[in-house]
Design a protein around this ligand. Structure first.
Ligand code: ADP
Length: 863
């Protein structure tokens, strides 16, 4: 740290900087925000702006850089996006001529989790600030007021926690102590902030509640601690009213279908698995198909719904009823969506209103949006579905307030109050009068000019204005002898002199005062209006939420119409046994669209799983359509329980408590973990937590280790799911040997993706049919991928050799054939060894004579 030279300004800087050691301090100096010392070095690098120095001449240079006040928002946004915190320090008084040092104070602290400015937010996403206390996780979006709290399972690992935080879009996490495994930005607070007594007091005061019984059914101390820390932090950083925050809404993880972070990613619900530089695109996500919302409020809510599909059949049915009705109401649906599309982001506008940062244009936008509410009500009044009826009564157009705002603010108000012209004419008599003076001033001045020219006989006499002297009469040197006695000289120029008259002075005072007074009056009227709106925050918030819900239901109906979806049914048997999948001609919602975009046809497939046959093993060549078929089943359950229709001719589904996925190698390699370890950790989670009501999707297991290890593990996993869990399971595998399980395990059914062979070529039919695939077609697929012909031929020879020897081994070692040859060959160590040795041969490096020798050795061993 550089030693600070002791100027008063630098001492002031140091004392303010001490208050915010974790933030970059933007220190207001005139028209600039300046940064000093380490802050300057860092900001200059991150913002690519010039680093200069203050105090150079005195030999103790202080690194410094600055950004202009008027364009600071963009710079601040860039720093926040990079995960920094920024403290804004303003001049609290106008710098006067006599004053040495103006008073400065920190007015707000911007952090990733508390961002509210438009250039930091994405419309369709929440921006959450989280707090973790014991096993309670609370998170809130300052820009919308959304406030949630939940409890994490006691067993939750750091990895899963980190992944949850990421998928919830928590940008910053408040903690009592550092936890290195979490990716989100941490802000470490002193631990007393999380104390129940302190937190409880804050929450009671802020929300004016007596007890927490209605909020948190249990674990009150942990939950209140986390919620209280959030409130504490916002008060510290925002210095604004937080009246728009809703009461924290508690939810249990198990109230909804549980989707762990791995599954959310594997199924590409919101984000593509591969980042865009690895070829992933948003087009591959479920949300890209589903998001037909017309407002940002709806877009955000849809994402929340999708991450927490429902479990209660009545609640799901209510959503389906609403979607079904909107589906049939073609014209009202279009009109409703058009109306919604004209609305602003009312939640975010409202939070700016209550935090007193909304400008005239934003308040006007909020009122214009509210003014559309009666139109929505008209349409909803004609609907039958209970959910839609509920929305109808939840909507409140706030007629009085809206009328007042729209009849007070001018029709196209400026973004900033200081620009003037905010309030309409005819609202306030004094304002009108003042404006009259202002507007007529030009005319008065022109009149004075004409009259004085007449009076003095000086044709070149001019009435003018400048900032230093105000209004004056200018007379050229040649005419000075004609100047009347009542002119008062003010300034002498080379060729002219400037004068003032009492009349002009009077007018000047009136004009300047009028200007100032107009701005003051406009501010007063505007602030009263903004406060009136803020006072209705809870009602407006509730209306905005109803609009968001309506938007989501309309979006789901629109998708159903456009993409030919049907309403799913749910099967439940009287004895409470898990229901069944009976999907006729189902399609994968995302792949279907991608395939159609390439003018190809998506091949629909059926799926039947019930409590007798609940575990399907799917074999067939790579690229045959196995993964697509698997994910399709999972997406059906998620869509249906979210309230959406599904892409199928008809679909009956079980109510699923949780969807588990174990898929491919994904991008873990990039994260620096062994794929096999990841695979096994994910598999362990599934085997330890799945229930008979879960859906398990396994896309290859055991690929990350040697073939025999892998096959043995896969085999044992299937047995375990079959015997101990009984979950509906779809397992795609390249271990052809697993298909033998159909014989021994009654719940197992073999399926395969069909291909047509024509000569040496194969054609993918993408049809899923009963029974096991004949073989794996790996070599044919390799041919499609344009592997050199020599390699393909050689591979075929090796395969033939391998198959012959395995066959023989199998027959020799299973004289009775009771368990089928494959099982035996699998677990017989000698053969395993042999086959593995053949696999490991580096054929490219062998000379023919060596190969022959090895072959001879192998044969000897077998005989
Ligand atoms: P696998 O898991 O068997 O290797 P995928 O499920 O990844 O195969 O499918 C490979 C490709 O085939 C997909 O990217 C998709 O373009 C296409 N595809 C899959 N299923 C179908 C289908 N039912 N109809 C049309 N094309 C499909």
């Amino acid at each position: 740290m550089l030693e600070a030279p002791s100027t008063p300004l630098m001492r002031q800087y140091q004392s303010i900087k001490q208050q915010v050691p974790q933030a970059l301090l933007f220190f207001r100096l005139g028209d600039f925000y300046e940064l000093f010392f380490e802050d300057a070095v860092l900001a200059a690098r991150e913002l690519e702006i010039t680093l200069t120095a203050r105090n150079k001449e005195k030999g103790q240079p202080i690194p410094m850089c600055g950004v202009p006040y008027h364009s600071s928002e963009g710079y601040i946004a860039r720093l926040i996006q990079k995960g920094y915190r920024v403290a804004i320090c303003e001049q609290m008084e106008a710098p006067g001529p006599g004053k040495k040092l103006v008073n400065r104070e920190i007015t707000r602290i911007v952090t990733p989790g508390t961002a509210t400015s438009n250039n930091l937010l994405t419309g369709h996403q929440h921006n959450f600030l989280g707090a973790l206390h014991q096993n309670a996780l609370a998170f809130l979006d300052l820009s919308t007021g959304t406030f949630r709290a939940t409890l994490l399972p006691p067993s939750v690992g750091k990895e899963e926690l980190a992944a949850q935080i990421e998928s919830l879009n928590i940008r910053e996490l408040l903690l009592a102590e550092k936890q290195p495994a979490l990716p989100a930005l941490h802000t470490v607070l002193e631990s007393w902030v999380f104390d129940f007594d302190y937190a409880a007091r804050l929450l009671r005061e802020h929300f004016r509640i007596q007890s927490f019984d209605g909020l948190f059914p249990h674990s009150q101390s942990a939950l209140a601690g986390a919620c209280g820390a959030l409130l504490h932090y916002l008060r510290e950083t925002q210095k604004a009213s937080l009246a728009h925050l809703e009461l924290p809404v508690f939810f249990e993880r198990n109230d909804a279908m549980v989707l762990d972070a791995v599954t959310i990613r594997n199924l590409e619900l919101l984000e593509p698995i591969f980042s865009s530089d690895l070829g992933g695109t948003r087009q591959s996500t479920l949300i890209s198909v589903l998001d037909e919302s017309s407002t940002s409020m709806g877009a955000r809510l849809l994402r929340q719904w999708l991450l927490r599909p429902l479990l209660d059949p009545a609640a799901i049915g209510a959503r389906h009823n609403a979607v079904a009705e909107l589906y049939t109401l073609t014209i009202p649906r279009t009109q409703l969506r058009d109306t919604l599309a004209s609305l602003g982001d009312m939640e975010r506008l409202l939070s700016k209103v209550t935090m007193a940062t909304a400008g005239p244009r934003e308040l006007h936008a909020l009122a214009r949006s509210l003014a559309q509410v009666p139109k929505l009500q008209q349409h909803l009044a004609l609907t039958q579905a209970t959910l839609l009826g509920g929305l109808h009564s939840q909507l409140d157009p706030e007629a009085e307030l809206t009328h007042r705002i729209l009849h007070t603010l001018s029709a196209e108000p400026p973004a900033n109050l200081a620009d003037g012209g905010v309030i309409q004419d005819g609202v306030h008599p004094e304002l009108d009068q003042l404006r009259d003076i202002q507007r007529n001033s030009k005319q008065y001045l022109a009149q004075i000019e004409i009259r004085e020219r007449d009076r003095t006989g000086i044709a070149s006499l001019k009435v003018r204005f400048n900032n230093v002297f105000g209004y004056y009469i200018e007379i050229s040197k040649a005419n000075l002898h004609l100047v009347p006695a009542d002119y008062d000289r003010k300034q002498t120029l080379v060729n002219a002199e400037r004068f003032i008259t009492p009349e002009l002075k009077d007018l000047e005072t009136k004009i300047l005062e009028a200007e100032e007074r107009i701005l003051a009056l406009e501010r007063e009227l505007f602030e009263a209006l903004r406060q009136a709106a803020a006072a209705r925050a809870p009602q407006i918030r509730s209306t905005a939420q109803a609009i968001a819900t309506l938007d989501v239901l309309l979006a789901l109906a629109e998708v159903a119409v456009r993409r030919r979806y049907t309403r799913p049914g749910f099967s439940s048997s009287a004895d409470g046994a898990p229901g069944e999948y009976k999907i006729v001609n189902g399609r994968h919602p995302v792949v279907e669209r991608l395939v159609e975009e390439e003018a190809a046809r998506f091949v629909p497939n059926d799926l039947y799983l019930d409590h007798e046959k609940y575990l399907a093993i799917i074999t067939g060549p790579n690229m045959g359509g196995k993964s697509t078929y698997l994910r399709q089943a999972a997406l059906f359950s998620i869509l249906a329980q979210t309230g959406s229709f599904v892409p199928a001719e008809s679909a009956t589904l079980p109510l699923v408590d949780r969807v588990f996925t174990r898929i491919g190698a994904a991008d873990h390699v990039a994260r620096g973990r062994s794929t096999f370890m990841v695979e096994m950790t994910e598999t362990a989670l599934i085997l330890n937590t799945a229930t008979a009501r879960s859906l398990i999707i396994l896309d290859e297991i055991g690929r990350g280790t040697s073939t025999y290890d892998g096959l043995a593990l896969a085999w044992a996993v299937v047995e375990f799911i079959h015997q101990r869990i009984g979950a509906k399971t779809l397992f795609a595998t390249h271990y052809h040997e697993l298909t033998a399980l159909e014989e021994t395990l009654p719940g197992v059914r073999n399926l395969h993706v069909a291909v047509k062979e024509s000569g040496e070529q194969i054609i993918f039919l993408r049809k899923v049919l009963p029974g096991a695939a004949e073989r794996s077609f790996g070599i044919e697929v390799a041919r499609l991928a344009a592997l050199p012909a020599v390699v393909i031929e050689r591979a075929k020879q090796i395969l033939a050799l391998h198959e012959r020897s395995e066959d023989r081994i199998a027959h020799q070692s299973s004289p009775d054939g009771a368990h089928g040859p494959l099982q035996i060959s699998l677990f017989e160590p000698v053969n395993g060894n042999l086959a593995e040795r053949i696999r490991q041969l580096k054929l490219d490096e062998l000379r023919p004579i060596e190969a022959l020798q090895i072959l001879a050795d192998l044969q000897k061993e077998l005989n």
